[in-house]
Design a protein around this ligand. Structure first.
Ligand SMILES: Nc1ncnc2c1ncn2[C@@H]1O[C@H](COP(=O)(O)OP(=O)(O)O)[C@@H](O)[C@H]1O
Ligand SMILES: [Mg+2]
Length: 316
């Protein structure tokens, strides 16, 4: 099967800034893929290259098997992009903007109108169809960018920080919309610096830092790399640490805090039941159990922590 996105050794330099430093990635068709990274990591640059808004300095990039430069048209027509920054014709009613966009991608006129209406309905701003972009509220502007990405019925939908600065209601609406699209077969590439968003939505995430892919994994696998904490509360507070065999090899620390037992372990969800059985068998009376998983955020911070004592002098 042809991947939705296939990138090999992609580089991008802006003067002496290396925005992308040899990125290789494969995004399977139909997946919900997250591109995660701190500001300046190169996420927007990566996307801009895919859609022809920036020119790569080196490497290869294909969209559904089409080279993004030599087969630009074929690649570009499969993609809908909701960019991070607003870049919209401000002076036309938004429905017209969408019709033009559809027309530009080769959709004939009556169908373009129909697609425009449909896209506006999908994002919930159909009543605003005769309004100019300028006159929309901030949240509606975001919705409109997504409608514009959807008007060509893309096979790959790219969303560059779609929920940055939007309210909770809109964020949830957007999540629902893109989840539905993905279930209908659209491949989604989402960049975000909201970890919760990636955790909740993505099948797979690539963590990008300083123009390099640090890791590619499922959110669950990433969290399994961190340390979870199991807190056990007993009817009678304990004073001495019970010997624990549970979680063979996964337990990293055992301590007592305020009469409770606190066990640090990888994959705490798997260790906890074993731990409870063992304590129970040893005669402890448990009244409460709490497992707090490492957040993806902690793992993310760990992976992208820049070591300020080592400054990499550029090979740029
Ligand atoms: N047009 C540009 N000219 C010069 N430098 C740029 C340009 N666009 C991005 N950069 C630089 O490239 C790096 C990556 O930026 P960007 O792709 O916007 O990161 P992100 O989207 O992850 O925040 C940053 O150091 C940024 O300053
Ligand atoms: Mg960006």
């Amino acid at each position: 099967m042809v991947a939705a996105i296939e990138i090999d050794g992609l580089t991008k330099r802006y003067g002496d800034v290396t925005a992308l430093d040899g990125v290789s990635l494969s995004v399977p068709e139909g997946s919900f893929f997250g591109l995660l990274g701190p500001n300046g990591a190169g996420k927007t640059t990566f996307i801009n290259i895919l859609v022809g808004l920036a020119r790569k300095s080196g490497g290869e990039a294909r969209v559904f098997g089409h080279d993004i430069e030599t087969e630009y048209r074929a690649a570009r027509d499969r993609v809908g992009l909701a960019p991070q920054e607003f870049n919209v014709d401000r002076f036309f009613p938004i429905r017209e903007v969408l019709e033009h966009k559809a027309g530009y991608h080769g959709i004939p006129s009556p169908e373009a109108r129909q697609r425009a209406d449909e896209a506006l309905k999908q994002v919930g701003i159909y009543e605003k169809r005769d309004t100019r972009f300028d006159w929309l509220s901030g949240g509606m502007k975001r919705r409109f960018l997504i409608a514009r990405a959807l008007v060509t019925d893309p096979d790959l939908l790219i969303l560059d920080e779609p929920t940055a600065g939007v309210d909770v209601q809109l964020r949830h609406d957007l999540w629902e919309l893109i989840t539905d699209l993905n279930e209908g077969g659209t491949t989604i590439l989402l960049t975000t610096h909201y970890i919760e968003e990636a955790e909740r939505l993505c099948d797979e995430v690539a963590i990008l830092d300083q123009g390099r892919v640090v890791t590619v994994a499922t959110p669950g696998d990433l969290m399994d790399r961190g340390t979870d904490r199991i807190t056990v509360t007993f009817r009678d507070p304990i004073r001495s640490t019970p010997s624990i065999a549970a979680g063979n090899g996964q337990v990293e620390a055992v301590e007592i805090r305020d009469g409770r037992l606190v066990v640090s372990a990888s994959q705490g969800g798997l260790v906890a039941p074993e731990l409870v059985r063992e304590l129970d068998a040893a005669g402890y009376e448990i009244v409460d159990l709490d497992v707090s998983r490492t957040s993806l955020e902690e793992v993310f911070v760990e992976l992208t922590r820049s070591d300020s004592s080592v400054t990499e002098e550029g090979t740029a």
